[in-house]
Design a protein around this ligand. Sequence first.
Ligand code: NAD
Length: 320
Amino acid sequence: MRVLVTGGAGFLGSHLCGRLLGEGHSVIALDNLFTGTKRNISALLGHRDFELIRHDVVNPILLEVDWIFNFACPASPVHYQNNPVKTVKTSVMGTLHMLGLAKRVGARILQASTSEVYGDPAVHPQTESYWGNVNPVGPRSCYDEGKRVAETLMTDYHQQNGVDTRIVRIFNTYGPRMTVGDGRVVSNFIVQALRGEPLTVYGDGSQTRSFCYVDDLVDGVMRLMAWEGDTCHDPVNVGCPVESTIAELVERIGRVMGRRLEVVRRPLPKDDPVRRCPDISRAERHLGWSPKVELDTGLAKTVAYFESVLKGGQGDGGEG
Ligand SMILES: NC(=O)c1ccc[n+]([C@@H]2O[C@H](COP(=O)([O-])OP(=O)(O)OC[C@H]3O[C@@H](n4cnc5c(N)ncnc54)[C@H](O)[C@@H]3O)[C@@H](O)[C@H]2O)c1
């Protein structure tokens, strides 16, 4: 297959590109390098079937491809709140342009959506049939609502134009090639611990998250892209169904690193969800997918990655 990965120089996109090349596909990574870096794809740049195009998805582009993975969008609050209007444009115009391309060249397209479409959920765990509880005018809206419109566009292009669409709702994913200073909890904690700083815990640490290792996530995304069942165009949750409190995460990272970690408490940010956990029955039933990598194993790999990055090493995240 000739495959286009938008956001291909980012955290998830770079791992996806590596996996696709490993399976013998020809890959174009398209990225404006806002949060992505060439370092993330340094191991792929010399590959004869890999190409990086520096391009912003808010502008149209014409390429001959068979599959499109639309992953371009800053994913952490510090980045997507930096220019909220641009974030909305990236999700809405970027998805429109990729759908237009898919329609024109007859490509299958998979949209990277998010658990954020559930907002601060009133239902636990979240099933795909839950419509969510999202503030349309809050600090997270540019991201959450942008992704909700992207899902709407995918669904309407499928129904109106017969475009072959897939939608994955990604829950918190972690692993090598997350960015230092992106404000996500796993990278924050590990970097603070490696620098000998106290770990910043927002609220009392009893809020929960579920953490999926990047290799598991990429596997779920690949299975969804390949799925051709009756309901394959409807959204599918991919994430870890085991909830951990933030306080437990601190303990685990301490255990993996073999040290006692100090914490400093800060108030919970506005609209921060209190609980978030996927129901993955749909992914289990239709994709035969569930996460395999133990949290301690994934954390150890992520700690090793950040150790290398902070020492000024290549830190290209190896395996992808
Ligand atoms: N990592 C997670 O836990 C998570 C959870 C839910 C959803 N997602 C989704 O997965 C996708 C990838 O997230 P990530 O964690 O790899 O984030 P990331 O910031 O590492 O990757 C996003 C990539 O998109 C690129 N990009 C941003 N705006 C662009 C634009 N206008 N044009 C072209 N490229 C652009 C960035 O430079 C970067 O390489 C995003 O769509 C995100 O919303 C991620």
